[in-house]
Ligand binder design. Structure first.
Ligand code: ADP
Length: 462
């Protein structure tokens, strides 16, 4: 592998396989590997959570990407990453301010010189702020550039004003052009103001977040920085998500042998106590149970979808209000609807492989990985046209189309799209063509990693 001389530090509060609550972990665990293939030397730092303690002090991913863990038991030796039972930990500002500073001190102590620090989401947003404040005159960090990626603008790291001193910053940074946000501390905003370049995880979302509807109050600062803001679609790790090699599924298969997918459907139906029937269309859904993900339009559609003859398998954790509602409807039709309120990576794979359709009716979706993973498994996405879903899924005959798409955020639109999907499902020839085409869609990291590499070069002036 030819080195291109670029050294990048990735900072993320979660990295697959060490700790994961969502797509951020997938990205942090796979983008550095894709960049390594392009000659970028990268390393990662993340917190040493309770679940990470079974790993060594330092681990490796890809060929030679070092992953270091910041230790502080009083902050990180807990059951959750950011909270428990749907409630955030009250000391999250302190925890992640500590993490941000510890990362910079780690570099200094170990004399690790990098060209660029790539930060992700609010948990690491203080790093660019510190580099331009507390560490501004530190010779060790001279010339170090920062790229900040927004994975979800809905999570900003908002804290009461009284907590501001815990950042270690002077009060002069608590104003509208810095970390102040309606009299609160907004860590994400710090990242948006102080980073050299900003990215988000799809072109459509990069435009949406500059509007009032999607900007969560940060549309002003994002529009102001629009020339520094890029949308790059995430990829998926096609070695990890590979129906030909996946060891968690019943029967491996490929685009050449899609009929073998049927064994996985049978396995899933058995596992979930659904009626075993190859001909019944099965919808899978794997999702955080959050407002963002479209449950308020999906839940009212469930009964009608079941009545049309579908089966549904749902895997997710999150807001108690959705857990309660889902538990309730799950009990009503156990032979057609199977609900699993837990985080279970192996079951997720079985759902990706065993379902015919994958449901993502998101209110907003920065990128979304589920739709790309399901395409790879020949499971056809039904999605709302927003963010990364709009950039990856199109409705129509293949090769133009690879799924079913609705625009208005309404239960009846969701239902109509599901019925269009059912119609195609009933036409064996059209269905097989669609499945085969879906499996051939390329959403690997290669192209997106190239886009990041070009941005790194740009910000470094190389
Ligand atoms: P987000 O990051 O907003 O949660 P994404 O679609 O970008 O959504 O990524 C979600 C990732 O987390 C996917 O890899 C999905 O399979 C996985 N996932 C979500 N919920 C669960 C769960 N309950 N069990 C296992 N995997 C899950």
């Amino acid at each position: 592998m030819a080195r291109n001389g670029l050294e990048v530090l990735f900072l993320s509060s979660e990295v697959d396989p060490f700790a994961k609550t969502g797509g951020l972990a997938d990205v942090a665990g796979s983008l550095p590997i894709a960049l390594e293939r392009k000659g970028v030397l990268s390393r990662l730092i993340m917190p040493r959570y309770r679940g990470v303690r079974r790993y060594g002090k330092e681990e490796k991913i890809g060929q030679s990407i070092k992953v270091s863990f910041i230790e502080n038991d009083s902050y990180f030796d807990r059951d959750g990453l950011y909270g428990e039972k749907g409630k955030d930990y009250p000391d999250n500002l302190e925890r992640f301010a500590f993490f941000a500073k510890a990362c910079l001190e780690f570099l200094k102590e170990k004399k690790i010189r990098v060209d660029l620090i790539h930060c992700n989401d609010w948990q690491t947003a203080l790093v660019p702020v510190y580099l331009k404040s507390l560490y501004r005159n530190d010779p060790f960090f001279q010339g170090v550039k920062t790229v900040f990626t927004i994975h979800n603008l809905g999570y900003q790291g908002l804290f009461p004003k009284v907590e501001f001193p815990k950042t270690g910053l002077d009060w002069s940074y608590f104003h509208m052009e810095a970390l102040e946000f309606y009299d609160k501390v907004n860590l994400l905003k710090g990242g948006l103001v102080f980073s050299d370049l900003l990215t988000t995880v799809s072109p459509t979302y990069s435009r949406e977040i500059q509007t009032r509807e999607f900007g969560y109050g940060l549309e002003g600062i994002l529009s102001k920085r629009k020339n520094d803001l890029y949308g790059i679609i995430n990829g998926i790790d096609i070695d990890l998500y590979n129906p030909e090699k996946d060891k968690t599924i019943k029967q491996n298969y490929s685009a050449e042998t899609p009929e073998r997918k049927g064994a996985n459907k049978k396995d899933l139906q058995e596992l979930c106590g659904l009626k075993v029937d190859e001909g019944v269309p099965l919808i899978g859904m794997i999702s955080r149970l959050a407002d963002q993900k479209g449950f308020d339009i999906f839940v009212p559609a469930v009964e009608a979808i079941l009545k049309k003859g579908f089966q549904i398998v749902l895997l997710g954790t999150g807001d108690e209000k959705y857990e309660t509602v889902l538990k309730g409807i799950g009990q009503k039709s156990p032979d057609r609807l199977s609900i699993h309120l837990k985080f279970d990576a192996a079951l997720a794979q079985k759902i990706y492989a065993g379902s015919d359709f994958f449901m993502m009716p998101s209110r907003y979706e920065p990128c979304g990985l589920g739709q790309m993973i399901s395409l790879r498994y020949g499971t056809i996405p039904i999605v709302r046209r927003t963010g990364g879903l709009a950039d990856t899924i199109r409705e129509g005959d293949p090769p133009a189309g690879n799924g079913f798409v609705f625009s208005d955020y309404q239960t009846k639109e969701l239902l109509a799209a599901t019925l269009r999907a059912q119609k195609v499902y009933q036409n064996k020839f059209a269905w097989q063509k669609l499945v085969r085409h879906a499996m051939g869609c390329d959403y690997s990291w290669d192209r997106s990693a190239q886009s990041y590499l070009e941005l790194y070069r740009k910000v470094l002036g190389r």
